[in-house]
Design a protein around this ligand. Sequence first.
Ligand SMILES: [Zn+2]
Length: 118
Amino acid sequence: MYNEYIEEEYSSFSFLLMTINEKYVQILLPTLSPCRKKKFKGGFGYSFPCPFCGATNATLKPLEGSFQWVFACEAGMKRGPASCRCGIPMNLNAFIGNWNPPLQRKYEKEQGEWRRSL
Ligand SMILES: [Zn+2]
């Protein structure tokens, strides 16, 4: 049976998560310099030097068809998962956790607050 209430709750949570993700991307950007805005398949994202290995080609971009963001370092991925923290792509939560753990605690707390407020 189609449950309108659940559907609505789910879509408003997706929307809020999207808003929170965008807010935290904006908080992160000044720490990822020099940072350039770039168009990707999923929308506008950013390219900057990798904060973990210093390679020039790292990106943070929206995942196509979703409200999630993904960080990936081209050089780190070539070297493989064992090389360093940037050897595998990360979702926004994992990226914040690796790059700025105190900010990740805020990010998780804020998500929890939104969830409870629905
Ligand atoms: Zn890297």
